[in-house]
Write a protein that binds this ligand. Structure first.
Ligand SMILES: Cc1cc2nc3c(=O)[nH]c(=O)nc-3n(C[C@H](O)[C@H](O)[C@H](O)COP(=O)(O)O)c2cc1C
Length: 215
């Protein structure tokens, strides 16, 4: 990965609609996304991967009135992704997490798994009662997966642009997401830039003095 290139590059706003991510490259990116860690391994996500014209159109036409400028990005992207997050953490979800951890042999012995499960339930309980930020906390996990996937995409030569310009209600409704216990957190357009419309201007960020404190 060329970090110098990455840190001087604008996020892609104009995708080349004629280019498609090769299937094996896409699958590698999805394998990477699947491996993204989350706090207490809660794995609060479900991802919709839209590769067909019809799938992308469904998203593009349901972004909400105010966010029409993102429709072209969705349509010209090779793939668009809807990153959704659980709205709650029902018992059944944590049971499934723990069952999979046991199946995968995450811990070297059953006693450690049992201890881990109790610590995890305690942690979730604190989030729910003391901090009361369960949704926000889960969406933070989603954003970490988003950031990691953007970096992985760069490594694979794919441009990834996150999109917050959408109406959550219309997207959820169009794809029937709420009824599954999830809600849309953020979108991601994946593909290749239109070379005729790549910004060549410098990126604008605060001076390091404003960002870093060295002690
Ligand atoms: C979380 C996130 C959401 C974003 N949502 C949108 C979006 O909905 N539409 C869009 O055109 N750009 C979107 N962007 C791009 C930012 O506006 C852009 O990265 C920022 O203005 C800096 O510009 P630069 O990437 O050209 O340096 C988003 C970026 C991030 C990180």
């Amino acid at each position: 990965m060329d970090l110098d290139k990455l840190m001087s590059k604008h996020l892609t706003r104009y995708f080349d609609g004629s280019k498609t991510i090769p299937e094996e490259t896409l699958q590698q990116l999805l394998r990477f996304l699947r491996s993204a860690p989350s706090s207490v391994n809660v794995q609060p996500n479900h991802f919709y991967v839209l590769s067909t014209e019809a799938g992308k159109r469904k998203l593009a036409t349901n972004l909400g009135e105010r966010f029409q400028d993102n429709a072209e990005k969705v349509m010209n992207a090779s793939h668009a992704m809807i990153l959704t997050t659980r709205t709650e953490v029902p018992e059944e979800h944590m049971d499934a997490v723990f069952a999979k951890e046991r199946e995968d042999g995450r811990f070297p012995d059953p006693a450690t798994q049992v201890l881990w499960e109790s610590m995890t339930r305690d942690f979730l309980n604190i989030r729910n009662t003391k901090y009361q930020d369960l949704n926000h906390w889960m969406e933070k996990q989603t954003y970490m997966a988003l950031g990691m996937t953007m970096m992985a995409a760069a490594e694979l030569g794919i441009d990834a642009t996150p999109l917050e310009g959408f109406d959550r209600d219309t997207v959820d409704e169009a794809f029937g997401i709420r009824e599954t216990g999830y809600t849309t957190t953020v979108l991601m357009a994946l593909g290749y830039p239109d070379p005729a419309k790549v910004y060549g201007t410098p990126i604008s960020r605060f001076h390091p003095d404003r960002l870093f404190t060295f002690l």
